[in-house]
Design a protein around this ligand. Structure first.
Ligand code: G
Ligand code: G
Ligand code: MN
Ligand code: NA
Length: 254
């Protein structure tokens, strides 16, 4: 049983870590960027996955603290890669809906970019489709302001949240991230292929980058390439890994 107070201690005692998963540009084969994924290394429970602690953070009012931490940690890591001469063009950070209700998110992002001397195009904020579609007008204004300073905005888990297409076209997105369930069902389920193809068409019309995740084998990669996907992420290229492992991964590829 994980309780909110344990999570509060974890944040205070630096038991949270970010792993990074590579994202590959389909046309060049080069590193497009990385997605930062939180991990909780608990002294007794061991590795607690985000699917277990993010919902608790949301329920116990700690999702803002985690979001603030993720943005700062990811940007610090990006600045460190810059110093080491390791080319990581952009980092994507997952931010929960609850955090968009806060009027402070924009300023937090501005402050962190400033502290690490990063241009705003180095950061992308990922928000899930289901929550984006329920946003209040205040949260929408926050999204627009974040986009307005030049930070990327990605709609995560696309295809699972029942977006209305008219609503979708009003969001200030730079990226659609097709949910991994579609790619993973290519073989078994023709409707997964149809949905992916349709999502790519919609994305192209909106002028946004199409990212697919859960790419695990060559046949999925070939299929996505032929459908015009821009960026791929999945175990075929690399798992989420600690920063030092990503350094090695980058060196071995170049
Ligand atoms: O890494 P893993 O595959 O277990 O991630 C599962 C999900 O947890 C991701 O799809 C993402 O939505 C969520 N997640 C991971 N890291 C964070 C984070 O730092 N903040 C938020 N809000 N969600 C995260
Ligand atoms: O935020 P989001 O839910 O999109 O996070 C991506 C999730 O997908 C992470 O939990 C990550 O560990 C997982 N993931 C990334 N690539 C693959 C893959 O190729 N296969 C599977 N099964 N999961 C993946
Ligand atoms: Mn994500
Ligand atoms: Na996703």
């Amino acid at each position: 049983l994980i309780v909110g107070s344990a999570l509060r201690k974890a944040i205070q005692h630096s038991e949270l870590l970010l792993f990074y998963q590579p994202q590959i540009c389909v046309t060049t084969g080069k590193l497009h960027g990385v997605e930062a994924l939180a991990r909780w290394q608990h002294p007794v429970l061991g590795a607690v996955p985000p699917s277990r602690f993010i919902p608790i953070a949301e329920e116990t009012g700690q999702i803002e603290a985690i979001g603030r931490w993720s943005i700062a940690e990811a940007c610090q890591q990006l600045a460190q890669w810059d110093q080491l001469g390791i080319m990581v063009p952009v980092v994507s950070v997952n931010i929960s809906a609850g955090h968009f209700a806060s009027s402070e998110l924009l300023q937090q992002i501005v402050d962190v970019l400033d502290a690490y001397n990063l241009t705003p195009d180095r950061l992308t904020i990922e928000i899930t489709e289901s929550v984006m579609m329920r946003q209040s007008s205040e949260a929408l204004a926050t999204l627009s302001a974040i986009r307005g300073i030049g930070v990327g905005l990605s709609l995560d888990d696309f295809g699972t949240g029942f977006s209305s297409l008219s609503r979708l076209s009003t969001l200030p997105l730079t990226e659609l991230k097709i949910d991994r369930s579609f790619v993973m069902n290519f073989e078994e389920n023709i409707s997964s292929l149809i949905v992916t193809e349709a999502a790519i068409t919609i994305g192209k019309r909106l002028g946004v980058r199409i990212v697919t995740e859960g790419v695990e084998d060559d046949s999925q990669e070939k299929m996505l390439r032929s459908m015009g996907c821009d960026v791929m992420q999945g175990y075929l290229f690399g798992r989420p890994m600690p920063p030092a492992a990503l350094n090695t991964w980058i060196m071995e590829r170049s």
